[in-house]
Design a protein. Structure first.
Length: 136
């Protein structure tokens, strides 16, 4: 198997549960479910702001393995309220307009923190004939 490059966000759950924020294997990148949690633990109640926060965390993880939102090929959005779909979808559409990934959106009974209205996960494929600087 190819070497794995792992990214940690520093969450205590990563050690307790045994997972990484992101894992790169070859040209594939898998980003774990990402909640709208800021460094200070605050959670904005606005679903669009929560989606934006999730994508900021995801983008940082992708960057750390030489990828970006442009390389995203699949997204999964977990919502606790179907009425939030348009607000969250607008952020998704704005930030992933270039990638246009496959998407699945699921309404769930709840997430780990009752303040969270969304959790996002993505998969990306880094182009093999990539001329972009990805060694950052």
């Amino acid at each position: 198997m190819e070497d794995r490059q792992r990214v940690s966000s520093g969450s205590p759950w990563e050690v307790t549960v045994g997972y990484s924020r992101a894992v790169r294997v070859g040209d594939r990148v898998f980003v774990a479910g990402t909640a709208p949690k800021s460094d200070d633990g605050d959670v904005d109640p606005d679903p669009a702001a929560q989606a934006r926060q999730c994508f900021e965390i995801i983008a940082e993880a992708l960057e750390r393995v030489g990828s970006s939102l442009r390389d995203v090929v699949r997204t999964r959005m977990y919502l606790v309220d179907a009425d939030d779909f348009l607000a969250v979808g607008a952020v998704h559409g704005e930030l992933l307009a270039e990638a246009l990934p496959a998407n699945t959106t699921v309404v769930v009974a709840g997430l780990l923190d009752p303040r969270w209205k969304i959790e996002l996960e993505v998969e990306a494929v880094i182009p093999l004939d990539n001329s972009r600087d990805r060694n950052g």
